[in-house]
Design a protein around this ligand. Structure first.
Ligand code: SF4
Length: 88
């Protein structure tokens, strides 16, 4: 489990889903940004920049598709409670 997950219930954090990236695996295909431009942009080298904070519910399905479409499995969805300001 990522450090960012606040496992303690009632900790005042945000419940939701975030997308995490394994930057070692990512090879900059850019597909994720095409599928989820509301949450993912690309830097000058074509590598993704993820918006901070939980994915809004209305984008959850698109987030799932973006994660599933990554050809090198560099993305994953994490559902849980996050300390405010720490979720990415
Ligand atoms: S689709 Fe995967 S490999 Fe391509 S930029 Fe996004 S995270 Fe990186």
């Amino acid at each position: 489990m990522p450090d960012r997950l606040n496992a303690s219930a009632g900790g005042g954090g945000l419940m939701g889903e975030i997308i995490e990236i394994d930057r070692i695996r990512c090879d900059g295909h850019g597909l994720c940004a095409e599928l989820l431009p509301e949450r993912i942009s690309l830097d000058d080298w074509g590598y993704p920049i993820l918006k901070k904070g939980p994915v809004p519910e209305n984008l959850s399905e698109l987030a799932r598709r973006a994660v599933d479409a990554c050809p090198v499995l560099a993305l994953r969805r994490v559902v849980g409670q996050f300390a405010e300001g720490e979720a990415s």
